[in-house]
Ligand binder design. Structure first.
Ligand code: BYC
Length: 345
């Protein structure tokens, strides 16, 4: 539900409000103080229109990523190699749905309706993480998604727990705890395969070869081509740049790959004593642009499945609305009957 304050704020100027409603500048001063003291901005605080808009953009894209992200793994629930693997995968996919719900709720506190966000997603107007436009042809892909995709998500999202917007930062705390379990289960799937037969080892390596570069692209374009980073960092939403986080991720991956016994598909990876980091090769940013433009291997199927699921769920939303209306009528009637009778004087 959108709060009345957020709704009023959002509808004033077609979705966002601006300095017009803060003529004395008190709201802006307080907002700047909150940022300077590393405090949280809450839904009822005044905030600049552009800050609200950026948050709605990032949080809704993040929510969509969680919901679309259920599809590549959902694909393997019926085909997981054992009952135990099936139960774990089902729990993980359910977690992603939960993450989507926390994030849609956080976005709603900024004055956007959930229906509007869903509409943007199913009509192809909203972005979601590029990574979910790749396919999952083998069981090893469940390992790579956990190890590489959830691993990248943790690198990116742990700093977001300190995001200046309260509802977003708080949602991220719980999400990160669950992502950490997801990352380990992916690592463990790959470890089991790497300790298996020659064929299983080859399957794990082939999958890592496909997921490595797209996982590095999850952090977004290089800093020089990232139009939003600087402002988002000044607002304490993002705490590190895209390239800083990508570097952290590679530094984390290399020793883990050694334990797994897989080779990261980048011959340029080597320890740089001077920088104290691993060097790594350039990524194919044309592929990234293609995926963002809707021309990745699975963009069309992801959005169309989401649209079908939304349409098939119409009766559930209708039933929930009818039930809520019935409850509201019943509680209004019981309040009316409990009210003391007026005694005519
Ligand atoms: N994919 O100025 P930039 C998960 C867009 S879910 C698509 O650097 P920003 C999981 C960007 O939106 C993981 N688009 O942007 C779930 C912008 O376009 P607009 C999702 C991307 O916002 C289920 C333009 O490129 N995580 O882990 O400063 C199962 C310029 O970029 C991408 C999040 O959403 C991309 N990879 O930084 C398993 C984390 N990268 O909006 C796992 C929250 C960039 O101007 N989001 N773009 O049209 C963020 O941290 C930031 O939004 C980003 C991008 C780092 C992603």
């Amino acid at each position: 539900m959108v709060t009345p304050t957020a709704r009023a704020a959002a509808t004033e100027t077609g979705g966002v409000r601006d300095a017009d409603d803060d003529p004395q500048g008190d709201g802006r001063r307080r907002f700047e103080e909150l940022l300077a003291s590393e405090s949280r901005v809450e839904p009822t605080d005044w905030m600049p229109a552009a800050y609200r808009k950026t948050l709605i953009r990032q949080i809704s894209q993040h929510a969509h990523s969680e919901i679309i992200g259920m599809q590549p793994e959902g694909n393997w629930i019926t085909r997981a190699p054992s009952l135990k693997r099936k139960a774990i995968l089902m729990a993980k996919v359910q977690d992603e749905a939960g993450h989507g719900l926390y994030l849609y709720s956080a976005a709603q506190t900024l004055g956007i309706d959930r229906e509007e966000m869903f509409d943007q997603l199913i009509t192809g107007r909203a972005k979601y993480s590029s990574i979910f436009n790749y396919t999952t042809p083998t069981w090893a892909d469940m390992g790579s998604i956990g190890w590489l995709v959830d691993g990248a998500a943790i690198c990116n999202q742990v700093p977001l727990c300190r995001a200046s917007y309260g509802p977003y930062g708080r949602a991220m705390v719980r999400i990160c705890k669950e992502e950490s379990f997801h990352q380990r289960q992916g690592f463990e799937i790959l470890l089991a395969l790497m300790n298996g037969t020659e064929e299983q080892r080859a399957m794990a390596q082939e999958s890592v070869n496909r997921w490595y570069a797209p996982a590095l692209m999850m952090f977004g374009p290089p800093d020089a081509d990232s139009p939003n980073s600087q402002q988002s960092m000044a607002w304490n939403i993002k705490r590190f740049s895209n390239d800083e986080l990508r570097q952290r991720f590679v530094d984390m991956l290399v020793p883990q790959a050694e334990i797994l016994g897989v080779t990261l598909p980048d011959p340029a990876i080597r320890w740089n004593e001077e920088r104290g980091h691993y060097d790594f090769g350039d990524l194919d940013w044309t592929e990234f642009s293609e995926v963002l433009a809707g021309r990745g291997p699975a963009n069309a199927v992801r959005v169309s499945r989401r649209r079908t699921a939304h349409e098939n769920g119409a009766w559930v939303r209708e039933a929930a609305r009818a039930y809520a209306d019935k409850q509201a009528t019943a509680s209004a009637a019981s309040r009316a009957s409990a009210a003391p009778e007026k005694i005519a004087s």
